[in-house]
Design a protein around this ligand. Structure first.
Ligand code: NAD
Length: 480
């Protein structure tokens, strides 16, 4: 049995309480690893390590931190195939996706922020002939980074890279459901001679490790990505302690399809935006709104394409849809499909578990599911499902489409398909979401602000936004 250990003060070690959790492979339901089941005492040890490492890490300067991060990135790139296989086994995603998206983007995150810090500058404000003000941005200190299971290493590095580049030291917690690649990362940090204590990874359950990070008085800032309910719990603990908080939460993203769009491109991308990573990407479009004049054509073409997607072994290069992340999550998604039926939804395709043969018979597979016949207010169109399930709804006017898109408590991402240049801007500006993609999806530039409105989050990640979050701005005013 493989072990997923804590990485504290530069060493790999089990939890102080010696407890273990099971690590499952979604492809076949087997247990392949034991994960350190850590607690508050492990977090405390990690905070002590991060606190002692802080002064030395800052003293290494931007160039030193850049070099250290680039070294780790190079080792991950050297072992890209190993990381991709591991991510696929731990999460159930097709290995092709891990190889082409997850791991390359994790490497890009490390390199992007390693380099960004070299170019980052701060502001000065000249107050007539009276004074010079300049903004000094110093690292916040020891920060907590808590990440989810859907894009495990990708979102983990999206947080730790800017924190480390900015000069913070880190106590990080990956999801207990998909921790394996962070263990591999820790091994690469040791190989690279990364300074001990600068990055600490504490494995284990959210209610124990995550809660201990959130409540720890030695951690003044928390960067969290995960569900909205967990975000609310974290905010409840952190707010009275006046911690800085960055919360990237759930979504119920709308795709607005206008009849003047490039139909072929739109359908191909909408299949992708619906079902990539088994629909388990916070940015997936789960409510597809289609202008009525194109609705029938869209429904026929879209459903036919979705039915062609191959659900199968994540290790097989021809697989489009792998396993969902856990048995509990599969049951949750199936529960949502039952709810949709009770609400009067018609299942156009999918709607059930897929049982594969042989060694994969116990795996957690779901058929990509398209549902129609539900209004915008029903629970199916309001609650995040986070699986391979989308609804389609017709609309009659631009105003109605915008109102439907905005009509949930979430506001993470939206997608607009149109060839009308004026409409692109008009609609994009009215959508209440932190990200709007026009005629594309998941096209990412790491310099852009990333995050959600309403219950999809607080704050922004990406580029300078992330570097600002991990630093405190101090204005220094000098009288001339
Ligand atoms: P989750 O909220 O269950 O868990 C996320 C992380 O928080 C895990 O590491 C977990 O162990 C930890 N955690 C759980 N309880 C905690 C607590 N009480 N205190 C502190 N930490 C705790 O989310 P998940 O199921 O891992 O991920 C799916 C969710 O994440 C979906 O809602 C999805 O939309 C969201 N997500 C959002 C983004 C974004 O950028 N907005 C990106 C990816 C995923």
């Amino acid at each position: 049995m493989e072990q997923v250990l804590n990485y504290i003060q530069g060493d790999l070690r089990p939890a102080l309480g010696q407890g273990w959790l099971d690590g499952h492979a979604p492809a076949d339901g087997s247990v392949f690893a034991h994960i350190a089941d850590s607690g508050a005492e492990d977090v405390d040890l990690a905070v002590k390590a991060a606190t002692s490492a802080l002064t030395g890490w800052i003293a290494m300067g931007r160039q030193g931190r850049h070099d250290a991060l680039m070294h780790v990135a190079a080792l991950v790139e050297r072992d890209l195939e190993l990381f991709a296989q591991a991510e696929s086994r731990d999460n159930g995603k097709p290995v092709s996706l891990a190889r082409e998206v997850d791991i390359p983007r994790a490497i890009s995150n490390l390199r992007f922020f390693a380099t960004a810090i070299l170019h980052w500058s701060s502001e000065a404000h000249i107050t007539d002939d009276v004074a010079v003000n300049y903004t000094d941005r110093q690292p916040v200190g020891v920060v907590g980074c808590i990440s989810p299971w859907n894009l495990p290493l990708y979102l983990f590095t999206w947080k730790i890279a800017p924190a480390l580049a900015a000069g913070c030291t880190v106590v990080a917690k990956p999801s207990e459901i998909t921790p394996y690649t962070t263990h591999l990362l820790a091994e690469r940090c040791i190989e690279a001679g990364f300074p001990p204590g600068v990055l600490n990874i504490v494995q284990g359950m959210g209610g124990k490790v995550g809660a201990a990070i959130t409540a720890h008085p030695g951690i003044p800032a928390i960067s969290f990505t995960g569900g909205t309910a967990t975000g609310a719990r974290i905010a409840t603990t952190a707010a009275p302690m006046f911690k800085k908080l960055s919360l990237e939460l759930g979504g119920k993203n709308a795709v607005l399809v206008f009849s003047d769009c490039d139909f072929e491109r739109m359908v191909a991308e909408t299949v992708r935006s619906s079902f990539s990573n088994q629909g388990q990407i916070c940015l997936c479009g789960s409510r597809i709104l289609v202008e009525r004049s194109m609705y029938e054509r869209f429904r026929e073409t879209f459903v036919a394409r979705v039915q062609k997607l191959r659900v199968g072994d994540p290790a097989d290069a021809s697989t489009d849809i792998g396993a969902v992340v856990s048995e509990a999550h599969m049951q949750k998604v199936l529960g949502h499909i039952e709810l949709a039926k009770e609400e009067g939804g018609r299942i156009l395709c999918g709607g059930e578990r897929v049982e594969l043969d042989g060694a994969l018979a116990e795996g957690w597979y779901l058929a990509p599911t398209v549902i129609e016949g539900l209004g915008p207010a029903c629970r199916t169109n309001q609650e995040e499902i986070f699986g391979p399930v989308v609804t389609i709804q017709p609309f009659d006017s631009e105003e109605e489409a915008v109102a439907m898109a905005n009509g949930t408590v979430y506001g993470l991402a939206s997608v607009v398909w149109t060839s009308d240049g004026s409409r692109m801007h008009r609609v994009a500006r009215q959508l209440k979401s932190g990200i709007v993609w026009v005629n594309c999806w998941m096209l990412r530039d790491l310099r852009t602000p990333f995050g959600g409105m309403k219950q999809s989050g607080v704050g922004r990640e990406g580029g300078e936004e992330a570097l600002r979050f991990f630093t405190e701005a101090k204005n220094i005013c000098i009288k001339i």
